[in-house]
Design a protein around this ligand. Sequence first.
Ligand code: ADP
Length: 514
Amino acid sequence: MGSFCMLTRTRCVLRQVLLGPYTAMERTYSLDVSARLLRTEGFVDGRWISAASTFPVSDPATGEELAKVADCGPTEAKLAVDAAYKAFYIWKRYTAKERSALLRKWFDLMTLHKEDLAKLITFESGKPMRESLGEIGYSAAFVEWFSEEARRMYGDIVPSPAKDRKILLLKQPVGVASIITPWNFPSAMITRKVGAALAAGCTVVVKPAEDTPLSALALAELSAEAGIPAGVFNVVPCSREKTPSVGEVLCTDPLVQKVSFTGSTATGKILLKHAAGTVKRVSMELGGNAPFIVFDSADVDKAVAGAMNSKFRNSGQTCVCANRFLVQSGIYDRFTEKLGQAMDAELRLGHGSEPTTTQGPLINVNAAKKVMHQISDAVSQGAKVLRGGKRLEGSFMQPTLLADVTTDMLCTQEETFGPLVPVIRFNTEEEALAIANACHMGLAGYFFSQDISQIWRVAEALEVGMVGVNEGLLSTVESCFGGVKQSGLGSEGSKYGIKEYLDIKYMCFGGLTP
Ligand code: ADP
């Protein structure tokens, strides 16, 4: 097994003390992974395929090119759909136990190669290595979970109103699923969907985000090594320019029965329109704008720890990251002071492969500019900068803490997707709930309180799909993940995730002699 070593050389901002002056240092970072896991072509019908052109994939920390990847277009997308359609008639005939065993093998291979898979995530997305390893554990756990769920897709036998009839409800796979995924979890957003789809007996075509195709292609290699048959798992990487035309094939081709997407609400709306033309089933995991409420009764240290976990994971680039911090007057000063101290003590910027790094770069310069725009807007309307507030080299952002924030400011109206903590002051529970729910999004929400009646009231009243009570991290394969309002449709993970890939067929046995 050869080793492929790719050196990225750059002048990069590293190991700087979070809020002090930073030193720019010359360093070299090398993406050193097994050659067979560093794939740069599309994967269709069990074969690696090239395309007419390539697109570059870069390390967001350094801007250096990591690889040139096949820029698949509508032609390759159609080939992939046809391959998946053909494979569906083979895969759905596998017994649940056979599918389960192959998924389990895929899980084992992911676990075996977790270091290499994590390095790919770190280099293509900027995520610190510790978090990338965490993502691979999470990503593989979906494959493991659905390998187990595959064997529990029970149907029903329903008491019949007629003596000469029996009623059966069968669960059957919907068919080919198109899977479109984002860059912030380059591996886990694929397996959360594909694990469920394959367990159900569906076949898939995956279009990974243009920033992070390498993780998807490594998964394809391991799926083949696990023995998952040709055409069951296909990957068509493509550039941002080719994305709309590839997306259109994947969401309009009549051979596709299901579209599952994770990404922005704006893109989700485009894909919903595409899918409507041929009445495809859809699952949409879209944007969030999570409220994080700290009531006077909260344990302030737990609230600060929850805020650190919820806000700064992946430098604030997850759809469940706390976005709007609502803190009650009696605890406001203590919370902001302690949170500032925790930021000073715990956050270190740098290249994700440095063991000390907790905060990598944002995915690109535009992402950093968006955060800066929100900070300038807030400051121009009277917010006070308690920590950070600046953009550094490239797409590195200082983790930022703002006090005296109001609901008029952009940072509370839009999803930030960056390391910004805007803190709003409130006086009553009703006021906090009114602010939290005055939002078109409803993915995650968090609150900290030690008053048991308040806990029930607030947990039930928050208009979100997932709620963390005295807890800042809530995603796990065993539970469901999904939003309400414009945060999406459907649910992933848990015992419900597989239902997104199943139809229920009513079978009526008639003419029986009682
Ligand atoms: P972000 O702005 O964070 O990149 P997007 O929703 O644009 O979020 O991207 C999420 C995924 O959706 C990526 O794989 C991206 O390539 C894809 N995507 C974006 N626009 C389209 C489109 N018009 N059709 C299909 N896929 C799209």
